[in-house]
Design a protein around this ligand. Sequence first.
Ligand code: URA
Length: 222
Amino acid sequence: MDARRAAILGTIGVERFVARAPAPPTTPPGASDPAALDWDGLAAAVRGCTRCALAATRTHTVFGVGDRAARWLVVGEAPGADEDRQGEPFVGRAGQLLNSMLRGAGLAREQVFIANVLKCRPPGNRDPLPEEVRCCLPYLHRQIALLAPELILCVGRIAAQTLLGVETPIGQLRGRRHVLQPFGTPLVVTYHPAYLLRSPGEKRKSWADLKLALEISSGHGA
Ligand code: URA
C-alpha cells in the first residue's frame, strides 16, 4: 500500500493490515528428514527428537546398539524402564534372555544391530500409540536402509505387525519367512523375550524361529 492511500484510509478511520513475512521455520526444511541422514546424523536426530509427546517423558532416547555393518537386525517394540534409564535397548531381564537366544544362534550381542520401533519409552510400558509409531517409524526405516541387513528378526507382536503392516496374530506370523518391502529383506518373527520369560514353554518355538533365521541368512532358506 502506498503512503498516499494509507494516509487517506487513516483519515477515514480504516485500519491498515499489512501482511507480515511468514515466520522462519524453526527446523530448516529437510534437516530432520531421516531418509536423508547418515548414521551419525540419524543418531543425532533421534537424540534431539521432539516429534511426539514421548519426548516430554523420556529420560534417554534409545537409538539402537551394535555393529553398523551387522548381518542381522533385531527389532523390538520400545524401550522399557531400564532402557530409558541407560539409553540402550534390551538391557533388562528381557535383554539378558535375548542375549542368550542370540548366543544359542552363535551370535554375540555385539555382532548384530538391535533397535526398536519406538526410540522413546511409552509411560508405564503401554503399547505404542499409532501416532507415536507414525512419528518414529521413519527412523527405523532409515536404520534398515543404512544397515542393509541380510535378515531382520522381529521379536514380538508390535515389531512384527508394525514392520509388516498387518494385524495378523504373532502365532501366525512366526515360523515362516517374510520379505520386508520395499527393502526386499528376509524377515523372521519370533516371540518377545519378555513373553518367553512369562511363558518358558514357548521357548522351543522361538528356537525353531532362530534356526529358520539362521538357515535363511546362510542362504538355505530362500
Ligand atoms: N523390550 C523391547 O521391545 N525393547 C527393549 O529395548 C526393551 C524391552
